[in-house]
Unconditional design. Structure first.
Lengths: 429, 308
């Protein structure tokens, strides 16, 4: 098979197009790389020189035709071993949306990379081999998607060509998936029968599965409602830095720069600064272009207040009528990310929004076996890729929302001050 | 041409506004977490966009860091003029690291032969400039869509005390929580436009009306055909026997050294026409860069050593 070169899509109408980030988790065999290659290829996002390079490699490796999986080849070690080690980001656009794929390895050993890719995703694609049905790895991926609260899950039942496109096989897998996912916190799950290799229901509707009434994958990604993925209720504005221009023109300007984590802020809103508790009103919301009447997540703006109060990095501006929780004692779902295991009673740096302070893991409540999703109460040591529920105590109160309510103000990382490594990622319960 | 910024109907951003907001967040985070950051400025479109974003991130204050240029000596004269004009209009400091000086001091040796370039020599000059100026974070215009090694970059990317990148041992980067902590002698690279593609860059330049060097627009130039690209004729180029200097209407898709940057034949003389042309392109932008053609892992190898 020789694939004809295609043209890329026309220049985008930027006014109406949103950005959708999705993650794909999978191993070498379940067709993840082929699926990504297929999406990129059929959406005409692959260039001629990339295609030529892959044709050459395909020939060298003795593959028949072009191996679409080679598009996702990465670093030298990954190519040599035929595996994905780290998260790779890939991009494509269609006339409807811009997409960022966080391509993550699916093996248990790389849980930390799956979590990294999942942390910013709107959607997760979980691949299931139609011949094997739901296996441990499927459960692991679904669990991570629910733990990280990815708003949308798309289960692609792949290799339908190898089960003669049978509807019964598809339905059986849906039943398997639903049986165990009822225990998870997932809001929006869809199922699509596909063949990544042949292209069925990836970009084009399959002619082999007329029994499937839903949309192909790309159409699903292009049209799913994602505007509500960000919390628009709780106004949270962590201050990143203070802008104090030293110029004649803006001598008295004192702007609090940051990116709105959630909610909407309006000029004139009554606000409270956490943790000090001082109150004031929003005088202006500024950007380079213009002063805004209102601003919402995830906009980067600069806010000025009616009163002169002491505010610095690490503080949070919130609406007076809707404040976050504040506590030194937190229960956190923690994923350990480092080779070096957690040390009991050790002080770690906790970074949460723009705030940073010291913290200690007081207690491991339980660990989760991510293959069976069962709790382990006897094993309390935290090694790389372990997920556990822990109690953390911070030196000063942390202003937070639960991760389920707010991904931005409910997430934190731990840094080991002895090595400066990011050792853990936490989701506040 | 309508340059007005129109946001999406209500309470969500279009993709370009979201990328802009993300980049501004990263730039402010750099400023907050480091003592002495600089923007690595090459005069190419990506570093120009980063500089533009920095202007927005700190407005109404000035850009609070210097621009650092690694000067190979093999520049397009247009690039240098553009750089100097920009520095003057922004009122920021310029730091120049000179490859010629590194050669004169015996820090590096010039490559020999027809395809000799100063591309790899820049690494030493860059790392020296970072060290002597006590830079703890160098902000670059690298994008993950450019190349497979770049696809694995973090927003905050750690470099050890030899300036090296260890792709297998990178710090995990979750949500928007960046860890810029470092020990003496180490430094960071920060990539605010990691998530932008070439097309996003052009759409943004078009929307924001950002000034770019004339080299990006179609113009008549003396060129030589070499390895499938039009290489600009200059005093630094050694001609082969069968090569001849022709005058062609070309433009450049990327700007690197004058010795390695291939042009493409084009009539695109406005940003809008360039954006149209890029959207119909069938070759990646680095396809015309002989520095990337040296081997399959050319970029990865240079990045490991401390390249941009």
């Amino acid at each position: 098979m020789r694939i004809a070169y295609c043209l890329k899509p026309k220049i985008m109408q930027i006014d109406n197009n949103q950005l959708l980030r999705f993650t794909t988790a999978g191993s070498v065999d379940d067709g993840k790389s082929t699926l990504i290659g297929r999406l990129l290829y059929d959406s005409k996002s692959i260039f001629e020189d990339q295609l030529e390079a892959i044709e050459t490699t395909s020939k060298k490796k003795g593959h028949q035709g072009v191996d679409l999986a080679l598009f996702t080849d990465g670093l030298r070690d990954e190519r040599e071993q035929g595996i994905t080690i780290d998260v790779a980001y890939r991009y494509f656009t269609t006339p409807k949306r811009k997409f960022i794929i966080a391509d993550t390895p699916g093996h248990i050993q790389y849980t930390r990379n799956m979590i990294t890719g999942a942390s910013t995703a709107n959607a997760a694609i979980i691949l299931v081999d139609a011949r094997h049905g739901v296996i441990e790895q499927t459960k692991r991926h679904a669990f991570i998607a629910s733990l990280l609260q990815i708003p949308h899950i798309i289960v692609c039942i792949n290799k339908m060509d190898l089960v003669d496109f049978r509807e019964e096989d598809y339905n059986k897998i849906i039943a398997q998936f639903e049986e165990f996912s009822s225990k998870l916190l997932v809001r929006d799950v869809r199922f699509i029968p596909i063949s990544a290799l042949l292209g069925d229901n990836v970009v084009k509707r399959s002619e082999n599965m007329n029994w499937y009434q839903g949309s192909p994958l790309l159409d699903t990604l292009e049209t799913m409602h994602i505007s509500s993925d960000i919390n628009k209720v709780d106004g949270r504005f962590p201050v990143q830095t203070v802008l104090r221009p030293q110029s004649e023109e803006h001598r008295d300007y004192r702007g609090y720069a940051g990116r709105i984590s959630s909610g909407i802020f309006r000029k004139g809103d009554e606000i409270t600064v956490m943790p000090s508790g001082f109150t004031s009103k929003i005088k202006s919301i500024d950007t380079f272009e213009e002063e805004l009447d209102e601003a919402y997540a995830p906009m980067s703006v600069s806010i000025t207040l009616e009163d002169d109060i002491d505010i610095s990095r690490g503080d949070m501006i919130v609406r007076t009528k809707n404040k976050p929780e504040s506590s030194q004692d937190l229960e956190v779902m923690l994923c350990w990310l480092n080779n070096e295991s957690a040390k009991p009673r050790t002080k770690y740096v906790v970074r949460h929004t723009s705030n940073e302070q010291m913290a200690m893991i007081k207690e491991v409540i339980y660990k989760i076996d991510i293959n069976t999703l069962s709790r382990k109460n006897d094993d309390k040591e935290l090694h790389m890729n372990d997920i556990s529920k822990v109690k953390i105590r911070t030196t000063k109160p942390l202003m937070y929302d639960s991760y389920r309510e707010n991904r931005m103000t409910g997430s934190l990382i731990l840094i080991d001050p002895a090595t400066n490594q990011t050792v853990a990622a936490g989701m506040i319960v | 041409m309508l340059k007005l910024k129109i946001r999406m109907s209500k309470y969500y951003l279009n993709y370009l506004d979201e990328l802009e907001s993300e980049a501004i967040y990263v730039l402010r985070e750099v400023w907050a977490q480091f003592e002495n950051p600089v923007i690595l400025f090459s005069g190419g479109k990506d570093s120009i966009v980063v500089t533009h974003l920095a202007k927005k991130a700190f407005y109404p204050a000035k850009i609070p860091f210097a621009l650092m240029h690694v000067d190979t000596g093999h520049n397009f004269p247009e690039t240098i003029k553009f750089r100097d004009d920009l520095i003057e209009s922004l009122g920021v400091q310029l730091i120049v690291g000179s490859v010629q000086e590194s050669i004169d001091q015996g820090r590096v040796a010039e490559e020999k032969g027809k395809s000799a370039t100063r591309n790899a020599l820049q690494i030493t000059t860059l790392l020296d400039a970072i060290e002597t100026n006590k830079v703890d974070c160098a902000i670059g215009g690298g994008r993950r869509d450019e190349e497979k090694a770049r696809a694995k970059e973090r927003f905050f990317s750690h470099r050890d005390d030899f300036g090296q990148w260890d792709p297998k041992n990178q710090r995990p980067e979750l949500w928007n929580l960046f860890n810029g902590k470092q020990f003496e002698g180490e430094h960071f690279r920060a990539f605010p436009i990691s998530n932008w593609t070439e097309m996003d860059i052009w759409n943004y330049i078009n929307r924001e009306n950002i000034e770019i060097p004339s080299l990006y627009f179609a113009h008549e130039r003396e060129v030589v055909r070499r390895s499938g690209s039009w290489i600009p004729y200059s005093e630094f180029l050694q001609l082969e026997e069968n090569e001849e200097v022709l005058t062609k209407k070309i433009r450049f898709r990327t700007l690197g050294d004058i010795t390695i940057t291939g042009g493409i034949e084009s009539d695109a003389d406005t940003v809008e026409k360039i954006a149209q042309e890029v959207s119909a392109m069938r070759q990646t932008e680095r396809g015309n860069r002989s520095d990337d053609k040296r081997s399959e892992t050319a970029m990865e190898d240079r990045k490991r050593q401390g390249y941009f």
